[in-house]
Design a protein around this ligand. Structure first.
Ligand SMILES: [Zn+2]
Length: 739
């Protein structure tokens, strides 16, 4: 139900009051004590939902611009405005508004827009109609930052909230069960709007990186959670809060991405215009959207669908999970099943765990007409490949479909060979998808690990840093680093990877040494270079360790000469690890320096834990309980961090057991769980569990003791599985090391 709102605010005269609509009157009133108050009266709102009404009373400063005759103001703390930190938001807001107005072909109905940066705000931002509120870091971008990934971040959030002015504010979902109609569309159009103002970062890879890949990973292991919920389920005791999750946002956006792709952008936008017009100042449900798309489809003959829009789309939104397509290239047969997973085998829904799947595909570099898989299994004669090793097909072009593709191992070998010849044959998005799908499919038993590893042989020719990120995080996950170091796999990985890594490593190391500013426009380098560097140092690449020592020494000579923000963490960490107490003391001093920002402090806090000197770590921990400088959160953060490293875990275990009464008094049981996190990776036998249990028995209540035992037991089983996997990878590396 929607209503109009008349808002009047009585406030301190030194503050300004803002609301959804412009102020139409400001007057004064005197209270019974004789104090003078300002009364600000706002114009009546259009019909709207209660959850997007808002007001702000603040002493902020603002900047203004007019876009298509309507005023846009950005509000923030006075210092932030003075330093030019809201100019970026001011420059992009108007253009995104106009761009989306033109795209939807519907004018923004309110007479003004305010965007406010709040110093303390739980959410990232909130789309209140005409008065959007943001966490400071989501709206503020200071000219000194000079980082494209920070600009991209701000532009995405601003664009998301502007998208809501249509999807959510003008047309609202009828009930929370269809929340994805708000959040999915806003999350989709945030990329479209941000791309308009920041054209450099590649949109498809960014969407894959931040939206599609993370939600597929979550759904790999997912519970029963469909995108659109049954209305009854959300009424009553069920809290809508739990619906604001990655499925609503990212699966929603991914399904829309797929929908737009098979409808064509032109018909997609036409349908959205029809839907938005029909339900303006009112609300709609999922079926209303399908109806308006159907109307547009029925009125043309350019795009033919294999079934009604509702029949195609309901399985994507009303059943959980996603399909995995198995492709047999020798016959051109594609079959589908619900991804994963053994425990779900008998969980059939009304859609029989099948989908009507649009399949975009490419053959030898040219894109082919879309095909539809509308049965469990279907043969497509045009998709058979010949025996020529140069004949290839890839499914899910540009990653537009919400599914994974399983190719068989002999075909992956062919793909691997093609990559070794020339990786550029496959566009970057396809390389990403091939590798990410392959590793993900090995985890769930669809594919042997050796087949995924075959796809890494070409790496010496890979120069895309995001592809490197995907591969390195699959081969050396952060949480497995310590375990890997305990086995023979470590020198093998080192030998196999360093050789392949050198070209891309030297390219970027050269830039970091000479002039990192040239990366100011490179979104993926800014986002993932740190990861590459960290892994190179972790593998012991001498030049990487030297680079960190070199830059750290330079910074010690001249602290004003800042190390590029996007590699600072690793440089500090290895600068300290490779150094002595001199380097460590310097970090300690800088941590306490007045000019250190919160970000600097976070990085230094982490980096001081990288030292390899046990006595320094020990002293560091002592200051975590004795020093007045540590807030409780920092101490817990330290324990977690150190428990994740080889030397650290031993020290932490000793430290926590020795200081337990004091730690418990100050932090409760949190340190115990932080240590447990680290100890879990070492547990391989019942005897080890019993030893740990002695300590936990003495410190925990009975129910907590039981859950600790369960955790340790399952860690033991997981470690067994990991050891088996590590043995297989070791074996593969031994066979392929000299390739
Ligand atoms: Zn939103």
């Amino acid at each position: 139900m929607k209503a109009t709102f008349n808002i009047r605010i009585v406030h301190d005269p030194s503050y300004v009051a803002l609301s959804n609509m412009p102020a139409i009157g400001v007057s004064e009133m005197k209270d019974e004590n004789g104090s003078i108050w300002t009364v600000t009266t706002f114009d009546t709102t259009p019909k709207m939902s209660t959850y997007i009404t808002a007001f702000v009373v603040c002493d902020f400063d603002h900047v203004t611009v007019t876009e298509r005759g309507k005023e846009i103001r950005i509000w923030a703390r006075k210092e932030a405005v003075e330093k030019g930190c809201v100019d970026y938001a001011l420059n992009i807001t108007g253009p995104i508004f106009s761009f989306l107005e033109d795209l939807f072909n519907i004018s923004y109905p309110l007479p003004k827009t305010d965007l406010v940066a709040l110093p303390d705000f739980g959410a990232g931002a909130m789309e209140n109609w005409g008065l959007m509120t943001f966490r400071e870091s989501s709206l503020i971008y200071c000219p000194t930052e000079n980082l494209i990934n920070r600009k991209a971040f701000v532009s995405l959030i601003v664009s998301h909230e502007i998208g809501h002015q249509w999807f959510g504010n003008l047309v609202t979902m009828s009930w929370w069960n269809d929340l994805w109609l708000n959040e999915g569309f806003a999350s989709y159009f945030e990329y479209i709007g941000a791309k308009y103002v920041e054209p450099k970062p590649p949109l498809d890879r960014m969407f894959y990186e931040s939206v599609l890949q993370p939600v597929l990973r979550v759904e790999d292991a997912m519970s029963d959670r469909s995108l659109s919920q049954k209305e009854e389920k959300v009424k009553g005791t069920f809290l809508p809060d739990s619906l604001f999750d990655i499925v609503t946002y990212s699966k929603g956006a991914s399904i829309i991405w797929m929908l737009s792709s098979f409808l064509t952008e032109r018909l997609f936008l036409k349908a959205l215009n029809s839907y938005l017009k029909a339900f303006s100042f009112s609300s709609a449900n999922q079926d209303d959207l399908w109806t308006h798309i159907q109307m547009v489809i029925d009125a043309q003959d350019e795009v033919q669908l294999p079934a009604s829009v509702k029949n195609i789309m309901d399985p994507w939104t009303c059943q959980d999970g996603f399909p995995v397509l198995t492709f047999d290239p020798s016959t051109g047969t594609i079959s589908q099943e619900q991804f994963h997973n053994i425990r779900k085998k008998d969980n059939t829904t009304s859609y029989n765990n099948t989908w009507i799947v649009p399949i975009t595909w490419v053959r030898n570099g040219s894109s082919q007409p879309i095909v539809w898989l509308d049965e469990t299994s279907k043969m497509f004669p045009e998709m058979q490949i010949s025996s020529s090793e140069h004949d290839w097909i890839l499914l899910n072009m540009n990653l537009s479909g919400y599914y994974r593709v399983n190719y068989n191992s002999s075909y992956l070998k062919r793909i691997g060979k093609l990559l070794e010849n020339n990786p550029e044959v496959f566009p970057v998005v396809n390389r990403l998808q091939l590798i990410d799908d392959a590793f993900s499919l090995t985890e769930s038993g669809y594919l042997e690990i050796e087949s995924a590893l075959d796809l890494t042989k070409y790496l010496a020719k890979e120069n895309d840093i995001f592809v490197w990120y995907i591969i390195l995080s699959n081969l050396m996950p952060n949480d497995l680093e310590c375990t890997l170091k305990d086995y023979e796999i470590y020198p093998l990985l080192k030998k196999y990877l360093i050789k392949k890594m050198l070209p891309v490593y030297h390219y970027y190391a050269g830039i970091i040494r000479q002039n990192a500013d040239v990366l100011a426009d490179d979104y993926f380098a800014e986002t993932y270079l740190e990861h590459l560097l960290r892994k190179a140092c972790w593998l012991g690449l001498q030049d990487c360790l030297d680079l960190c020592s070199e830059l750290y020494a330079k910074w010690m000579d001249n602290p004003k000469d800042q190390i590029p923000a996007f590699v600072r963490r690793t440089i500090f960490c290895y600068g300290i690890a490779m150094g002595s107490d001199k380097e460590w003391e310097f970090a300690w001093e800088m941590y306490h320096h007045d000019n250190s920002t919160t970000d600097d402090k976070d990085i230094l806090l982490y980096a001081m834990g990288c030292t390899r000197e046990s006595w320094l770590l020990h002293r560091y921990m002592e200051s975590g309980v004795n020093g007045s400088l540590f807030s409780s959160n920092n101490t817990i953060f330290l324990i977690y961090n150190l428990a994740a490293t080889d030397t650290g875990l031993r020290i932490i275990w000793k430290f926590v057991t020795e200081n337990w009464p004091l730690l418990q008094e100050r932090f409760g049981n949190a340190p115990l769980y932080a240590v447990l996190n680290g100890m879990e990776r070492l547990v391989n036998t019942d005897l080890q569990i019993q030893e740990l249990q002695l300590f936990y028995n003495a410190t925990l209540e009975e129910n907590e003791r039981i859950s600790t035992t369960t955790r340790l037991q399952s860690a033991k089983l997981e470690n067994k599985e990991k050891a088996k996997l590590i043995a297989r990878v070791t074996d593969w590396l031994q066979k392929n090391i000299d390739d």
